[in-house]
Design a protein around this ligand. Sequence first.
Ligand code: SAM
Length: 289
Amino acid sequence: MGMKKKSLKKTLLASSAFQPKPKIAKKGGPVVAQSNAPKKLKNRNVRVPYSHDETMLLVGEGNFSFSNSLLSTIYVQAPENMTSTSYDSEEVVHEKYPDAKSHLTPLIESGVKVFHGVDARDLGKTKALKGKTFDVIVFNFPHVGLGIKDQDRNVMANQDLISGFFESALKFLKPSGEIHIALKNSVPYTLWNIKTLGANHGLSLRTKTPFVPETMYPLYAHRRTIGFDERLSTDDNEDLKRGAGDLVNCFTFAFWRKEYAQKQAESKQKKKKPAPTPKKDAEYQSDSE
Ligand SMILES: C[S@@+](CC[C@H](N)C(=O)[O-])C[C@H]1O[C@@H](n2cnc3c(N)ncnc32)[C@H](O)[C@@H]1O
């Protein structure tokens, strides 16, 4: 009998109809150990804020290396659920970032939707996005890149970009969806007051996750708005490390709608505290009030 069972299992395993479930990232993404991360993170585990089953829109991509990194890891299992976009036209992307082709080719070949000339402040202008909603909308290291020297004006110009992005992205976000912005953890970026900008648009901060490319997004190579110039730029994300000292260099700020956050908190609270068991004559008592 035991023998029979064993051979049946073997036969089933060999048939295409019965395959073990693939190992996939749980909601919230896999946990990655930070062995060679900045001091504060060393040997801590960080959960990647992306999971396999989400519909995702990426805006303001530079060389498309972040999208390609998500695709190449287990964070994205259905490439058709991913839409990746740049502000620059296709021609300008290739001019500015010579390595863009190596990231765009696998994206396009696997079925990721790629669009160029997409303004994060006016997503509605992109016809292909019409009627679409997403679980996550991501803008990594947004920057107007106008070379404004005056710090206050520079901060304001970037705050305008983020506010415009929040306003537009909300129209394409599912009720339970998240808007992600990765930022450096140093001046002037900390002066942007991203949490307040979110609050102004009815968003609250759900999570703030360290952004450590080496361990979490291995193919990601940060690019400046101005483009890649090997005399000025660095290929190994050195730009992201500058100015942060021993602190964690960058974070992904994940926002969700305030009212949805409240609902979630309420239902969590209800689950924690079971309602008191009604007294025997409770019905009679309430009827008589
Ligand atoms: C510092 S670069 C970061 C590029 C890329 N996200 C990365 O992480 O390497 C800032 C990016 O913001 C984009 N950007 C600026 N204004 C934008 C807008 N209105 N809509 C979409 N992207 C914009 C630029 O084209 C540039 O790609």
